[in-house]
Write a protein that binds this ligand. Structure first.
Ligand code: DHB
Length: 310
């Protein structure tokens, strides 16, 4: 499926996703009110990476509730409806709850709570504030009985993944999507010696092929701590069937495509699926729960018992 924020803001883009080989439709992160987003240029793609500081341009959640209703009605009639995942971001806890309550009464199938938007200047990325996430989650869980998941930032510290996993398990969160783009990054245009993008002094979220090892490491770690109790959607640097295969093998139940979808367009889903099918056919490998669990066990994160210093 598409990653949240990629070609999923306007109704016609969502229709294109409905008609594509994407396994689901992910809708641009909604805020309470419509937003224009940050000034341009706010996205730049290079050969192995992209940087963006979009600033949450979206039509506001009430519009997306209507879009989803239209999509469901049209494609259910045609017999090929697919799951719709909405993404929400509040500027306060109260806003998150209003958004969850709003979509509770919509035709959305799943709610991805964006805990990781890197582009709101002066605001902490809530996914790095474990106590804040725990408090918010308890309230969110009461606000909706839709399938509820977290979009997480990249963690470079294994202990944070272990702690976040406990919060997820204790609060009946049903899926995690990891990782969001890597925050606080900067790329300079060699022709001008200035940043490629304008907002936030040129800093933004890094995506694209170069972030795959970080994304894959996070997915493997979450798989270890969450076992098979919580579904994992892998995202970050997926551009080929082999990338999708690696994520599925090391713990993901599904994958999302961000930068590659932005660059290639809607045809990327059929191509990646075809490449993945070919790999699976060649290996005659059935990705089964047992295999995923074996990989999770083989991957032994740091703890007191296996500390290098002992
Ligand atoms: C935006 C960027 C993100 O990486 C995200 O998760 C949500 C929103 C944005 O700037 O629009």
């Amino acid at each position: 499926m598409n990653a949240a924020g990629i070609r999923d803001t306007d109704y016609n883009e969502l229709e294109l996703l409905a008609q594509s080989d994407s396994g689901a439709i992910v809708v641009k992160t909604s805020t309470i009110l419509p937003r224009q987003g940050n000034p341009e240029p706010r996205y730049k793609s290079l050969s192995t990476m992209s940087i963006q500081s979009m600033g949450l341009p979206n039509h506001g959640y009430k519009t997306y509730i209507r879009y989803i209703e239209r999509l469901k009605e049209k494609y259910e009639k045609q017999g090929h409806s697919k799951p719709i995942i909405v993404s929400i971001a509040g500027f306060t806890e109260k806003e998150y709850l209003t958004l969850a309550e709003g979509f509770q009464h919509s035709k959305a199938d799943m709610i991805e709570v964006n805990l990781s938007c890197p582009n709101i200047v002066g605001k902490r990325i809530i996914g790095y504030d474990l106590k804040g996430v725990d408090d918010l989650t308890k309230k969110l869980r009461l606000a909706t009985d839709k399938v509820l998941g977290f979009k997480l930032p990249p963690y470079l510290d294994e202990v944070m993944i272990e702690k976040m996993s406990k919060i997820i398990l204790n609060n009946n969160i049903e899926f995690v999507t990891c990782i969001n783009s890597i925050p606080n990054t900067l790329i300079i245009d060699p022709a001008t010696d200035k940043p490629w993008i304008k907002p936030n002094k040129g800093k933004g979220g890094l995506g694209g092929r170069c972030i795959k090892p970080i994304a894959l490491g996070n997915v493997a770690s979450f798989c270890h701590y969450l076992k098979d109790k919580v579904s994992i959607i892998g995202v970050g640097g997926i551009s080929t069937g082999k990338d999708a295969y690696d994520f599925l093998l090391y713990g993901a139940d599904a994958v999302q495509v961000g930068t590659q979808f932005m660059e290639e367009g809607i045809g990327c889903f059929a191509r990646i699926q075809k490449e993945l099918d070919e790999i699976l056919r060649k290996k005659t490998l059935k990705i089964a729960t047992t295999c995923r669990r074996r990989n999770a066990e083989r991957f032994t994160p740091y703890n007191e018992e296996n500390s290098f210093t002992k």
